[in-house]
Ligand binder design. Structure first.
Ligand code: ARG
Length: 587
């Protein structure tokens, strides 16, 4: 094969085709390979790559420029054909070479990952850098609302994504385990607490107690004073209260961990608002004071951010206790001291945009050089989960319900249901996939309505459909054992696939996956990965009765087809894993 120029940060396989286009352009036009390369985009609607000629701002008419490129064009191992379409040049890559190279690359980077080794699609752009990603962060004693679910799902995706791009990731759960609400529960627990109920369902019980005392507040203003007093005792380190609080926290945390396990989501660090030390907050306040940023308001202390339209948030209450904001400031300072992060991401709903803007502004004003490396990844609201007023949602119940609804759904098909090995576990996994896909299918900032029927249907772009696509791919090997094991890649007749446009389409899509990952890293959007997974699933489904393995008499050809599907399965699985989904082998 002819030698291609080498460009930094490019993928050795798929980008070769792009580089060959760039080389062609730079051979015929006054452009460097780098300049030309930047102009090679993916084509639309069946075109492989497209170059918009006007973008180069070359002298002369587009038609003439195009003619220079096309003139004397000879197809080679990279490019099959060039077509001029208005001011665009469409390049079609060499089918045989593309299929062969892409599949071999996928195959070479498959199954190398038991210890977290890079797999196909990953890269090392983040090598040597450390990111803290804070997500989920529920409030113990309050409900786990769908906003927390979104943070959990999107955050887990981001953690996987940064890892796939070579970053060292510290995933962190910052529990809402401190604040006046604990004073409320401490107040209410004397009246409404029950060990028995707590043991049965700690999260629910604490929430119920919280709801009851909050109700008392309406008739009895003393409750508020009482609660503030309890919280003050906590902040002052009163051992009796802290012991109780500690028990509530630990037990709730255990429950949460069970749920996270079911969701295939892990945290490297569980911390919480309670972990932020008084010293670091005091120090921060002194610094703010010295910098003249603090003013007093009724013996509370506030930071004047009016200049930035961020109001004047309170950082120390009248009784000397801390606020949510103070804890975030102190927490960030501590995290930097401890982890020296290159970047820290907060995955928190858009409802807290203002809070995070205040917080980021304050640490910026304090002059911390790392303040510019804080990033708020926000997302829209989820509607439609609350059934009647006052019925809160809880994570374990959402998960259970997803499993149950899916199970009912699966029972409707007797035949299929009969062959499923562990229907309970399978439906739970599919149900969870449904929730995750629904959550990540659109741009983060969009609100959406939680809808069991839609997310758990097998029709349309849903989680169950994706699992189905994967398990169908997994079945090929089981149904054609005589073709296995596949010979070494050099002996697989991938050229036999070139005659199938569906095979070409699949291979091309597989080739784009590393870019899908890169784009996601820039946008912090899971939706691109979801879209990719569905495109691939659709392409596979269309290929299914055109590129047929079973019954193919030519064994060489049958093996090549199987190889294509095996590679497709690996990449679909990689995309699903990136989305924190466990791909099912059977369903
Ligand atoms: N526990 C908070 C809540 O539920 C979310 C925490 C977000 N993270 C942060 N560092 N403020 O509202």
């Amino acid at each position: 094969m002819s030698q291609l120029p080498i460009l930094p940060d490019t993928n050795p396989v798929f980008d070769s085709f792009r580089i060959s286009i760039a080389k062609r352009l730079s051979d015929t036009l006054p452009l460097t390979v780098e300049q030309a390369f930047a102009g090679v985009d993916y084509g639309k609607k069946g075109e492989d790559f497209t170059v918009a000629l006007p973008r180069f701002r070359l002298p002369g008419k587009v038609a003439e420029i195009a003619a220079t490129v096309i003139e004397g064009f000879q197809p080679d191992e990279w490019i099959e054909s060039i077509v001029l379409d208005r001011s665009f040049l469409h390049f079609r890559v060499n089918t045989t070479n593309m299929i062969c190279q892409v599949l071999n690359q996928v195959n070479a980077l498959t199954h190398l990952t038991p210890s977290g080794q890079p797999e196909y699609g990953s890269n090392d752009s983040g090598k040597g850098k450390r990111v803290i990603i804070e997500y989920s962060s529920p409030n113990i004693v309050k409900e786990f609302h769908l906003g927390h679910l979104r943070s959990t799902i999107i955050g887990a995706f981001l953690a996987n994504l940064y890892k796939a791009c070579g970053w060292e990731v510290i995933s962190m759960n910052y529990l809402g385990d401190w604040g006046t609400q604990f004073g409320m529960v401490a107040t209410g627990y004397e009246k409404y607490g029950s060990q028995e109920e707590f043991d049965q369902d700690p999260i629910m019980h604490l929430y119920n107690v919280y709801v009851k005392v909050t109700k008392d507040l309406e008739t009895d203003p003393k409750v508020k004073v009482e609660a503030a007093r309890w919280f003050k005792r906590m902040e002052d380190g009163d051992e009796d209260v802290l012991k109780k609080w500690h028990g509530w926290r630990e037990t709730s945390l255990e429950k949460y961990q069970e749920a996270y396990d079911q969701l295939n989501i892990k945290f490297d660090v569980y911390t919480g608002e309670s972990n932020v030390s008084k010293e670091s907050m005091d120090k921060a306040l002194v610094q703010l004071q010295d910098m003249g940023l603090i003013s007093d308001r009724d013996s509370a202390k506030e930071v004047d951010l009016n200049k930035w339209n961020l109001k004047a948030p309170i950082v120390r209450k009248t009784d000397g206790t801390s606020t949510y904001l103070t804890r975030d400031i102190g927490g960030a300072i501590e995290r930097y001291e401890r982890y020296k992060f290159d970047k820290m991401i907060y995955v928190v709903g858009a409802a807290q945009d203002f809070h995070l803007a205040q917080f980021f502004k304050i640490v910026e004003l304090m002059g911390f050089p790392w303040a510019k490396n804080l990033l708020h990844i926000n997302y829209g609201m989820v509607q439609g989960m609350r059934t009647r007023k006052g019925t809160a949602v809880f994570l374990d119940r959402i998960i259970k319900k997803a499993g149950n609804v899916m199970h009912e759904q699966m029972k409707k098909n007797d035949e299929k249901y009969a062959v499923i090995q562990d229907p309970q576990a399978t439906s739970l996994e599919i149900g969870i996939t449904g929730i995750k896909i629904q959550d990540m299918a659109a741009k983060r900032i969009n609100d959406y309505t939680f809808n069991w029927d839609r997310m758990l249907s097998f029709e349309g772009d849903t989680g169950p459909y994706l699992q189905y696509a994967h398990s169908r791919l997994a079945s090929i090997g089981r149904k054609n054992p005589q073709l296995l094991p596949l010979p070494p890649t050099s002996q697989i007749a991938t050229h036999a696939l070139a005659q199938y446009s569906n095979a070409r389409e699949i291979a091309f899509l597989l080739g784009t996956y590393p870019d899908v990952v890169n784009v996601a890293l820039k946008t912090h959007e899971p939706s691109g990965v979801v879209t990719f997974a569905f495109k691939l699933a659709h392409a596979i489904s269309t290929a299914w009765d055109r590129v047929i393995v079973k019954g193919e008499e030519d064994v060489e050809k049958a093996r090549a087809k199987m190889y294509l599907y095996e590679c497709a399965k690996e990449v679909l699985a990689a995309a699903m894993r990136l989305l924190s989904i466990r791909p099912l082998e059977r369903m």
